[in-house]
Design a protein around this ligand. Structure first.
Ligand SMILES: O=P(O)(O)OC[C@H]1O[C@H](OP(=O)(O)OP(=O)(O)O)[C@H](O)[C@@H]1O
Ligand SMILES: Nc1nc2[nH]cnc2c(=O)[nH]1
Length: 181
């Protein structure tokens, strides 16, 4: 489906490709975290709002004990360029000594994930792992450690599968790049 109400856009990945990538991440995450999770459930943190789709899809494929919690952090709003980080919801789970799995939809400049990793460490997490559905191919001022990456996208503004284009398009069944932003 071409989401024509969002203006000209180029399809990058279809739904089947995104779902296969999410599956592959789930297999790798399960392989790495299942043993530790038998001692203490992993805290999965869904980074609202964009990560709801990837988290919803990956959860049934994570075969180990886990708690699901959410955190809300935003720096794009309705824009296609990032600004200051604005905190919304903070997680309610106790992160002290926990293994935390952060799941976000996209790694772009990386400032969101860096802030979240720091937040989890400051909250006393024993181990912080990060998974992103897509990673943008671009240089970054600060290197960001990401343990699991679904797909790579070019350095263009993308939407679909939870990612918005000026608030819309989170429900687009694939990943698209805006032709003009
Ligand atoms: O790597 P960065 O450049 O920091 O950007 C990545 C962040 O940008 C988007 O969030 P956004 O601020 O758009 O909030 P949203 O999830 O509510 O759309 C996305 O969901 C990531 O969390
Ligand atoms: N929707 C969307 N959000 C982002 N946040 C950072 N980069 C992007 C992007 O390309 N698309």
């Amino acid at each position: 489906m071409h989401p024509s109400h969002l203006g000209p856009a180029e399809p990058l990945y279809g739904a089947a490709e995104v779902e296969a990538a999410i599956q592959r991440m789930a297999v790798a995450i399960t392989r790495d975290l299942e043993a530790g999770a038998l001692h203490r459930p992993v805290v999965v943190l869904c980074v609202l709002s964009g990560a709801v789709v990837v988290v919803g899809q990956i959860l049934p494929h994570l075969h180990f004990p886990l708690y699901l919690d959410c955190v809300q952090l935003s720096r794009y709003g309705a824009e296609t360029r990032g600004g200051d980080l604005v905190w919304g919801l903070q997680p309610r789970a106790d992160l002290r000594d926990a293994t935390v799995l952060l799941i976000d939809d996209i790694l772009d400049e990386g400032l969101t994930l860096l802030a979240l990793q720091e937040f989890c460490r400051d909250a006393g997490a024993a181990k912080v792992c990060s998974a992103v559905m897509v990673r943008k191919r671009r240089p970054r001022e600060r290197e960001v450690e990401v343990d699991y990456v679904g797909l790579e996208v070019p350095d263009r503004f993308v939407f679909g599968y939870g990612l918005d284009a000026r608030g819309l398009g989170r429900n687009a069944p694939g990943i698209f790049a805006l032709t003009e932003d």
